[in-house]
Structures are given as structure tokens and as C-alpha cells.
Ligand binder design. Structure first.
Ligand code: SF4
Length: 403
């Protein structure tokens, strides 16, 4: 038994790697209009890159990395005055522009302009630790109202992929099953739910070094002595979701760069209607999706468009080679009247960022999809602060290393 009873070898290892990946991560700005507790980027007043700098970053991606989509992140990208042009530049380079935003600056008019410029999807980061002006003292479930507002806005504009991100803390973990239930009730307009497990630097147990020099971590944004758990693991979240959906089972993952049996990106694909989840995608099903997409489009798939996610019934055909999809097929067609119903596909992703190993090694997401550009180089976006301050990633050693 591994990791709370999930064995990574039972699942499909997503084929994403450094040079051929589903997405890349563009940061046109470090400016933001909110302050989120778990954010790892310094909120600078004027942190916008010029359009030329953004184009240079995109050209680095094109030169070094084959990717299906680009997450346009930040900061909040909607604060950038050239956001429409940026979307066009991504599209021009034959990648899907996906905007990662807190949504605050999104109006119907801006959405329409972004759609005309070629935006493919949105990932809205919404959780209860963002200090949102009109949502103080609200919990994750209260925020479903706000999530619905954005999902509906995209659905009304039409044919835009809709994803939600939230950072998960020890005290907000309890809401995950109900959030997954909410996503199910809105499976027709919500295509992806992402849970990012909170992480912070642990100064009590580790020392940080740049070469032989010990570094005071007080200089970094994500430095804080965590008062809450910063080691929640993806399988714990799966167990929680199973309280609401006992059959809930992932199909694919990315492992840790230092810990092969850890789940850094853990993907579950489910198929159903607003009333009922009929079943799940198995590892072979996800393998077929990735392989066929790569065969036909030369890319690995990250975001599927709404035109595709509403075709859950055609996914069932892959049941020929996939046990879980076969089961879903029989579950669905045991009532012949279901033939008239539309089936939707929805992804639930759990992201478990950097883990500190007992010997001080830092286990990153192997095949990191959120790689960004710094100084013309590809670097992990979650640790860019170290590049900016020191020019390198720091090494860690346990405090008692030399004893
Ligand atoms: S390594 Fe960091 S930047 Fe890359 S996917 Fe994991 S958490 Fe995100």
C-alpha cells in the first residue's frame, strides 16, 4: 500500500516533460488587485512587462518547448493594459490562450473582446483566503455563488473553457467534497476543478543555502513559519472526496522529481449529467486521449474545449480498451432512455507543489507544466522569486544535517 492506499503504478503517468508539454506559464505582470494568502509572487505596483518583453518570453517557449496552451498568469493578467494583444500574440504562435485570473477585473465587455482576440479558456482562482472586498468572512461554499457567476458569464459568451482553482489549507480542506459536488451540479458549464495544496518554506526544520552561503529566507515572499499544515498530500484529498463520491478514482498523474511514488498532479476524469455521475475515465482512456491528440495535433492535451467536453458519450467508445469507461458505458445504457441524454466530461485536478524530503531535497513536479521564462531560461514558476533574488534555486538541508 502506498500514500493512503493509492499506488502510482495503477495510474497513467502523463507524458508531459520539459520540452513537450500540455501548457507553459506566461507572467506578463506581477501586479495584482487582490492579496491572496498563499500567493508566491510579490505584488508590485508597476510590475507590467512591456509587450515586447512578453513577445520575447513567448518566443523562448516557441524555441524550447512544444505546448498546447499558455496559462497567462501573474499577478493578475487582466490588470495588464495590453492583455488583448497578449492573447492575440499567444494565438498567433498557435497555442491556446488560457487566462488565470481572480476575475475581479472581468466585465462582459472585456470578456467579449478577449473572445474576439482568441481566448480559449479561463482559470478563475477563487478561495476564501483572498481578502475579496465583498466576500469577507465567507467560506468556500459561500463562494460557490461567485464561481457560478463567472461560469455563467463564460457560458453566455459561449464556447470558452471554464476552470476553477483554489488553494487548500488545513482549515478549508473540509469543504472539498461539497465543492466537488457543486462542480458536478454544474458539469455542463464547469469543465475543470483544481485544488492546489498550500505550501510554505519551513524555517524551523530546514536551512537554505546558495552555494556555501546560508540564506536568510525572511527575504522571500513565500517565507513564513507555517502555522497551518503545509504538507497535505493529494491522496488525502482523494479520500475526502470519496466520502461524497465513493467511486471517485484518478486516472493519471505527474510524480515528484525526487519521490516517484508521490502525486504532484493527480487527475480524475468523470462523466455524467447534472444529476448523476455515471463513471470515471481509466488510465488507458487518458492514455488514448493524450496519444491520439499528439498523433493528430502534435501536442499533449491540457484543456479540452466545451464543444468536446459535452461529447461524453463518444468518450465511452474508448471503453473497448478501458475498463472504467466500459463500466461507465453499461451504467449509462442500462436505462435505454438515457440514449437521449447529453453526457459531460469534467476534470478534477489535485496539485501538490514542492515537498521537502527528510534529507533536504525538494521534490518538484516532474514534467512541470507551469514552467515559465526568466532571463531567457525555463524555470519553475512557483520558485521564480529565488531566481529574481539570487539568480538560482536555493538548496535546502535539514537543520540537524551536520550532527
Ligand atoms: S513544479 Fe512548481 S511551478 Fe511546476 S507545476 Fe509544480 S508547483 Fe507548479
Amino acid at each position: 500500500m502506498h500514500n493512503n492506499s493509492l499506488n502510482h503504478l495503477d495510474y497513467y503517468r502523463l507524458p508531459w516533460n520539459l520540452t513537450d508539454n500540455s501548457i507553459s506559464w506566461l507572467e506578463p505582470t506581477s501586479k495584482c488587485n487582490l492579496y491572496c494568502e498563499g500567493c508566491y509572487r510579490l505584488n508590485e505596483k508597476d510590475g507590467h512587462k512591456t509587450l515586447d518583453q512578453v513577445k520575447d518570453d513567448l518566443d523562448v517557449f516557441v524555441k524550447l518547448r512544444n505546448a498546447d496552451g499558455v496559462s497567462i498568469a501573474g499577478g493578475d493578467p487582466l490588470t495588464h493594459p495590453d492583455i488583448i494583444e497578449i492573447v492575440k500574440e499567444v494565438k498567433k504562435r498557435k497555442m491556446k490562450p488560457i487566462i488565470n485570473t481572480n476575475g475581479l477585473a472581468l466585465t462582459k465587455e472585456l470578456l467579449h473582446e478577449l473572445k474576439k482576440a482568441g481566448v480559449f479558456g479561463f482559470t478563475f482562482h477563487i478561495d476564501s483566503k483572498q481578502g475579496r472586498p465583498h466576500w469577507k468572512d465567507k467560506n468556500e461554499l459561500d463562494l460557490n455563488e461567485l464561481r457560478f457567476h463567472y461560469a455563467k458569464m463564460l457560458a453566455d459568451e459561449g464556447n470558452i473553457s471554464c476552470a476553477f482553482n483554489s488553494t487548500v489549507y488545513e482549515d478549508t480542506m473540509q469543504y472539498i467534497p461539497e465543492m466537488v459536488k457543486w462542480a458536478h451540479k454544474n458539469i455542463d458549464i464547469v469543465h475543470v476543478m483544481v485544488f492546489i495544496l498550500y505550501r510554505a518554506v519551513n524555517n524551523k526544520e530546514y536551512d537554505f543555502y546558495l552555494g556555501p552561503k546560508k540564506i536568510d529566507m525572511g527575504q522571500l515572499v513565500y517565507n513564513e513559519d507555517p502555522v497551518t499544515r503545509a504538507d497535505i498530500k493529494a491522496p488525502e484529498v482523494v479520500q475526502l472526496i470519496r466520502k461524497e463520491y465513493p467511486e471517485f478514482d484518478p486516472c493519471a498523474y505527474l510524480n515528484g522529481s525526487e519521490k516517484p511514488d508521490s502525486f504532484k498532479w493527480l487527475l480524475t476524469g468523470r462523466i455524467g449529467t447534472k444529476k448523476k455521475i455515471f463513471g470515471y475515465v481509466g488510465s488507458k482512456g487518458m492514455e488514448m486521449v493524450q496519444m491520439f491528440y499528439h498523433l493528430f495535433f502534435d501536442k499533449y492535451l491540457a484543456y479540452a474545449g466545451p464543444k468536446w467536453t459535452r461529447k461524453g458519450k463518444s468518450m465511452l467508445l474508448m471503453g473497448v480498451l478501458d475498463k472504467k469507461l466500459r463500466k461507465t458505458f453499461f451504467n449509462f445504457y442500462k436505462n435505454p432512455l438515457n440514449i437521449f441524454k447529453r453526457l459531460h466530461y469534467q476534470s478534477v485536478m489535485i496539485i501538490q507543489p514542492v515537498d521537502f524530503m527528510p534529507d533536504g531535497r525538494q521534490s518538484m513536479c516532474d514534467g512541470c507544466p507551469d514552467i515559465t521564462v526568466w532571463n531567457g531560461q525555463l524555470v519553475w514558476s512557483c520558485r521564480m522569486e529565488e531566481q529574481q533574488k539570487f539568480g538560482h534555486n536555493l538548496k535546502t538541508y535539514p537543520k540537524d544535517f551536520l550532527n
